[in-house]
Design a binder for this molecule. Structure first.
Ligand code: HGY
Ligand code: MN
Ligand code: MN
Length: 404
């Protein structure tokens, strides 16, 4: 598929305009949801939309929309502009750029194709331990109905942040969406290693997340004999390794298990860890496998804590099931790629996306593009502008087919 040099240059311009926002010393970006850095990303998106002679709108939770018409019945192309801590510049941004490319092409072709490009707030769970907040609130996703008490890394409650911004934790439900489409970097190695330019997502692995609270006894690290301790960190260490074993056992079902957060209190060199909080993230495309991992986690944590005299409390913070993409949209995207002579393959998504929020309310589809060595959530994340254009073209070709 050839792309006019104008397309590549415009795509590069879009990427360059977002590039510096939230840059960190280590060469990555930190653009946490509902922080000043994410705000700047949304301001930049509004600027780019105005440059495209489009309308720009915001909803009651701070999501930004760039629209080529006021039609109340439209195609929504979305993704996110927040990032993880010291993350990459393509996760989420590639999808917004793809949407703006579709708006550009529709305008150049004079096509009557009602499209809104939506940037959804706080898709990453990095700031509040809860993912897809912006898209989950406006689609009334079950786990987003009472989240005002979530606290950010900086110690601010979501409720206070919303109050100070005059946002609503109970916004009007989004409406008028004909279909939701999202382009995203794969964040895995399949496309790059198979030399396939486009992936068509069949299922998004369901993220199930927990906070495990382990309470032992903070005591003097020098004066307390080894046989008289209730060391919460040692209990945590056993639990972490046991969870890895469970993940390996369920890997055959494409499930994974990760402990990404360890908070130790009081976290002092000469104090036996009294309280440890673990953040557990398990994912899978088969609910039965997720259920087995959840049961095993509960059993092993209880057993280890009892053996060590540690109090154990558990909080489930997310339970989004594996979500299938619309078969109709998958077939349409595959046909569009074929018309363009662009190679494609069906695949699953191990990562979560805003598309999870929309699959329950409209036909939803996702297009993946390769990223270098599958690296993501890391400053080394990289994807080619050419691949972003190529994936965006498949979406545009698909939409042209939808309105033909
Ligand atoms: O964590 C995820 O799956 C995604 O990057 N939000
Ligand atoms: Mn991400
Ligand atoms: Mn993402």
């Amino acid at each position: 598929m050839e792309h006019g040099i104008g397309d590549i240059q415009y795509c590069e311009k879009l990427f360059a305009d977002f590039y510096d926002i939230g840059s960190t010393e280590n060469g990555g970006v930190t653009r946490l949801g509902y922080t000043e850095q994410e705000d700047k990303m949304h301001e930049m998106m509004a600027k780019l939309g105005t440059e495209l002679d489009c309308l720009v709108d915001r909803d009651q939770v701070g999501n930004t929309y760039v629209m080529n018409s006021q039609d109340t019945d439209y195609y929504l192309i979305g993704s996110h502009l927040d990032s993880v801590i010291e993350g990459g510049r393509y996760d989420g941004v590639a999808g917004i750029i793809a949407g703006l490319m579709v708006l550009k092409w529709a305008k150049e072709d004079g096509l009557k194709l009602p499209v809104r490009v939506g940037a959804f707030r706080c898709e990453e769970s990095s700031n509040f331990g809860c993912c897809t907040i912006g898209s989950g609130l406006i689609t009334k996703e079950i786990y987003k109905q009472d989240i005002g008490g979530l606290v950010s890394k900086a110690g601010e409650s979501l409720e206070n942040i919303f109050r100070s911004r005059q946002y609503s934790l109970h916004p009007a439900r989004i409406s008028g969406i004909r279909q939701y489409l999202e382009l995203h970097i794969e964040q895995g190695k399949v496309l790059e290693e198979s030399g396939t330019p486009v992936g068509i997502v069949q299922t998004i692995a369901g993220p199930r997340r927990f906070k495990l609270y382990l309470r032992g006894m903070a005591e003097h690290s020098g004066a307390t004999p080894m046989c008289m301790r209730n060391d919460a960190m040692c209990a945590a260490a056993e639990i972490i390794l046991e969870l890895e074993r469970i993940g390996n056992k369920e890997a055959v079902y494409q499930s994974v298990a990760t402990v990404g957060v360890v908070n130790n209190h009081p976290n002092a060199l000469n104090v036996i860890p009294g309280e440890v909080e673990l953040g557990v993230d398990i994912r899978g495309i088969e609910s039965a496998s997720l259920d087995r991992m959840e049961r095993s986690m509960r059993e092993l944590a209880g057993r280890i804590c009892e053996k060590r005299g540690i109090e154990y409390l558990e909080e489930k913070t997310s339970d989004i099931p594996p979500i299938d993409m619309s078969t109709k949209v998958q077939i349409g995207l595959e046909q569009a790629a074929r018309r363009l002579g662009t190679g494609s393959r069906k695949m699953i998504s191990g990562a979560g996306h805003d598309a999870m929020s929309f699959a329950g309310i409209c036909d939803t589809g996702m297009v993946f593009i390769p990223c270098m060595k599958g690296v993501s959530h890391n400053r080394a994340e990289f994807a080619s502008i050419f691949h972003i254009c190529e994936g965006a073209r498949v979406i545009y070709e698909y939409l042209k087919g939808e309105i033909a």
